[in-house]
Design a protein around this ligand. Structure first.
Ligand code: KG4
Ligand code: ZN
Length: 385
């Protein structure tokens, strides 16, 4: 059957070069992701200059690969969609410039997508039918760069509207996973390592605490500002893990573990497990449980406060098994997650988010620029008349 409403999505905001072809925002014909893990792993984090170089190297084969896997030729496309932000400036620029050039050469419309909106549409792409149509959804976007709560609602004209109702005041949850993993001599990115090891430890062994976060209000002394239960803070728990490591003399075993793992060509969870004692596994399990409890608790408070009808949980940390089971066991509302492949960065979510925009002909200007600090929920879309 010939598909219609074909959108080529392109994503290059961080350390994955991705392209996908999605039909009518709901059928993924292909999704290709070139990950840069091995480039950045030796540095324990994303190096922006290296990310831009890898995107330049990967973008042409990744787009060609996505079109070939979908069996779609360029003239069949209805539009080209690209992540305009937020993200790394040099990384975004590669995708935006490539997409603009391709759209211009083909005479096809170009659609700009906010990366965060993309993460929300990763869930809607796969679960549109399970999403209640009456009332808003509460979306938790939890990744290496973001920990944001949005009230998301589809309008009568098909456009989605977002209201930012909660966010982190410092580190993102994924950043905490990455930093704690690095601190414990594990691999990069840290989330999958912590996730894989946490199930071997006792999550109640180390009682981490999250303080209530105070709002930063103008002209008010920080200590007298009211607390806000929809604000997150993840920098404190990273410091608490560091303090635990220091006071329990874990430094030597961490250095030994890091040395062994970095000497292996492709270290796996089983390798790390063999290098962790019970105390370290308990620390890892307790860290993960505390972050999960904090994310679940605040999301449920927001859902109740704003009368949400369902929860959409997306972003790299949505791949976490503890977070999935935490939400499923505690939420009175339906909770929808993307498949594991669409939890982390991909371009199918960008093509899916572009579909309602294509239907309303909400196209990007010819001079579209990369927007590293783009926000969601604070800007209204312009629709050409
Ligand atoms: O969405 P994503 O691919 O990129 C950003 O937009 O940031 O998310 C990457 C983040 C990293 O911090 C990574 O450690 C985290 O998602 N992550 C996980 C898991 N898989 C990836 N965190 C916890 N558990 C996981 N299983
Ligand atoms: Zn992301």
């Amino acid at each position: 059957m010939a598909h219609t409403g074909l959108i080529l999505g392109i994503e290059s905001s961080c350390d994955e070069t991705a392209a996908a072809v999605v039909a009518e925002g709901s059928t993924t014909l292909s999704s290709v992701v070139a990950s840069q893990f091995s480039t950045h792993a030796p540095y324990g984090g994303v190096v922006p200059e290296l990310a831009s170089r890898e995107h330049l190297r990967n973008i042409v084969p990744v787009v060609r690969g996505a079109l070939a896997a979908a069996g779609v030729a360029l003239p069949q496309l209805s539009a080209i969609a690209v992540t305009e932000g937020p993200g790394l400036a040099g990384a975004l620029l590669v995708g935006v410039t490539y997409a603009k050039t391709l759209a211009w050469a083909l005479g096809k419309p170009l659609i700009a997508v906010n990366h965060l909106e993309g993460h929300i549409h990763a869930v809607l792409l796969e679960h549109a039918r399970e999403q209640p149509t009456d009332g808003p959804a509460l979306a938790l976007v939890v990744s290496g760069g973001h920990t944001h709560l949005y009230l998301a609602e589809r309008q009568q004209d098909g456009a989605w509207q977002y209201r930012l109702v909660g966010h982190t005041v410092d580190d993102a949850a994924g950043e905490a996973f990455d930093k704690v993993a690095k601190l414990l001599g594990l691999g990069y990115p840290g989330g999958p390592w912590i996730d894989g090891l946490a199930r071997h430890g006792d999550p109640s062994a180390v009682p981490f605490r999250f303080a209530e976060v105070r709002r930063r209000e103008a002209r008010q002394r920080p200590s007298s500002a009211p607390t806000d239960s929809l604000l997150f803070s993840f920098s404190g728990i990273k410091t608490s893990v560091l303090r635990y490591v220091e006071t329990h003399g874990l430094g030597a075993s961490i250095a030994a573990r890091a040395a062994v793992l970095s000497s292996l060509p492709a270290p796996r969870i089983a390798d790390a497990l063999a290098l962790c004692d019970a105390q370290t596994l308990n620390l890892i399990a307790s860290f993960q449980q505390s972050v999960v409890d904090n994310l679940v608790q605040r999301t449920l408070i927001a859902a109740e406060r704003f009368g949400a009808r369902s929860l959409l949980v997306s972003g790299g940390v949505a791949a976490n098994s503890g977070l999935r089971s935490g939400f499923l066991s505690r939420s009175p509302l339906p909770v929808l997650f993307p498949s594991l492949a669409l939890s982390t960065d991909n371009a199918a979510m960008i093509a899916a988010a572009a579909w309602p925009k294509l239907q309303r002909q909400s196209f990007a200007p010819a001079g579209l620029a990369a927007e590293p600090r783009l926000q969601l929920g604070l800007r209204t879309e312009s629709v050409p008349g």
